[in-house]
Design a protein around this ligand. Structure first.
Ligand code: FAD
Ligand code: ZN
Length: 202
C-alpha cells in the first residue's frame, strides 16, 4: 500500500489482450492502495526518437521523467521481433538517460535507480512449447532486463508471459487473465530474480 507504480504500456488497441492485462493491473494495484500512473505510449503519441532536440547541455537531462523517482515500473507490451515494440524501446532510450538512470561509474548494482523494481509483462504469438524447444524465452530478456533495468540499478521481478493469446480458447484466455490478477495480489512479497547470465542462458 502507498507504493507508487508507473505502468508503461505499449499497445495501440484498448480491446487487445494487452489492454485487458493493463486494465487488470490498474484495478488490482489501485485496490491495494498503490498510486498508479499509466504511460499509454501510443495514446500519448510518445516520441520514441532520441533526436538532437534531446541533447541540451552536457548530459541530456531534459527528459520529462525526473518525476519518476520512487516508482515501481511494470511494462506491458506484445513481443515484437524477440524484443519490445519500437515505441517502448524509444521510451527506454529517452527516459533512462545518463545522470538520471546511470552514470559513468554507476551502473548495474551501483546504478542510480536502486530500490526500484521492474516487471516485464508481455504477450507472444508463439506458444510456450515452441519457445521451449527452440532455446527458451529467457535469453530474449537479457537486453531488456539485464542490459537496461539492471544496468540502471533496478531490480527485476520474474517476467509475466502470456503465450499466444490469439490462438488460445476463450476459456484459456480467461484463465490467463485470472492468473495475472492472482499474481498481482502477492506481488510485493516476491523476491527479485538473480539477474545474472545463468538465469538467462543456463
Ligand atoms: P490480441 O490479438 O489483441 O488478443 C488475442 C485475443 O484475445 C483477441 O481475440 C482478443 O479479442 C482477445 N481478448 C482481449 N481481451 C480479452 C478478454 N478480456 N477476455 C477474453 N479475450 C480477450 N510473436 C512472437 O512470439 N515473437 C516475435 O518475435 C513476434 N514478433 C512480432 C513482430 C511484430 C511486428 C508483430 C506485429 C507481432 C509479432 N509477434 C511476435 C506476435 C505478437 O507478439 C502477438 O500478436 C501479440 O503478443 C498478441 O497480443 P495482443 O494483445 O495484440 O493480442
Ligand atoms: Zn542482470
Amino acid at each position: 500500500p502507498g507504493k507508487k507504480v508507473l505502468i508503461v504500456y505499449a499497445h495501440q488497441e484498448p480491446k487487445s489482450f494487452n489492454g485487458s492485462l493493463l486494465k487488470i493491473a490498474v484495478e488490482e494495484l489501485t485496490k491495494q492502495g498503490c498510486s498508479v500512473t499509466v504511460s499509454d505510449l501510443y495514446a500519448m503519441q510518445f516520441e520514441p526518437r532520441a533526436t538532437r532536440n534531446d541533447i541540451v547541455g552536457e548530459t541530456s537531462q531534459n527528459t520529462p521523467l525526473s518525476k519518476a523517482s520512487g516508482l515501481q515500473s511494470p511494462h506491458q507490451f506484445p513481443l515484437f521481433w524477440f524484443s519490445m515494440p519500437a515505441i517502448l524501446k524509444g521510451w527506454m532510450d529517452r527516459v533512462l538517460v545518463q545522470g538520471f538512470a546511470y552514470d559513468l561509474s554507476k551502473a548495474y548494482d551501483g546504478g542510480l535507480l536502486q530500490d526500484k523494481l521492474s516487471l516485464f509483462s508481455f504477450t507472444t504469438g508463439g506458444s510456450e512449447e515452441k519457445y521451449a524447444i527452440r532455446g527458451g524465452i529467457r535469453c530474449l530478456l537479457w537486453p531488456m532486463q539485464h542490459g537496461i533495468m539492471h544496468f540502471c540499478g533496478v531490480k527485476v521481478l520474474e517476467p509475466h508471459i502470456c503465450y499466444a493469446p490469439k490462438h488460445a480458447s476463450e476459456e484459456k484466455r480467461k484463465e490467463m487473465l485470472t492468473a495475472w490478477t492472482q499474481r498481482l495480489k502477492t506481488l510485493w512479497k516476491e523476491e527479485p530474480i538473480d539477474c545474472s547470465p545463468e538465469w538467462y542462458f543456463k
